[in-house]
Design a protein around this ligand. Structure first.
Ligand SMILES: [Zn+2]
Length: 64
């Protein structure tokens, strides 16, 4: 999964642009990719993929 690796590399290098356009066919997981990146960016443990256990991750999980 090239996109996931690309996003992970960007995150680990701290080189996340101001905006990312997720574009493609319906049903390929664009929303989930965007959601996972946003969750990792807000994760209090600063990890990708996000920990899913910190306060921030729980709030995001409950929101969506
Ligand atoms: Zn977290």
């Amino acid at each position: 999964m090239k996109v996931k690796l690309f996003l992970e590399k960007m995150y680990r290098q701290g080189r996340i642009p101001q905006a990312i356009l997720f574009y493609g066919k319906e049903g390929v997981g664009k929303r989930e990719m965007a959601f996972e990146l946003a969750k990792a960016m807000l994760c209090l443990k600063k990890q990708y993929p996000a920990c899913d256990n910190c306060h921030s991750c729980k709030l995001i999980k409950d929101f969506f």
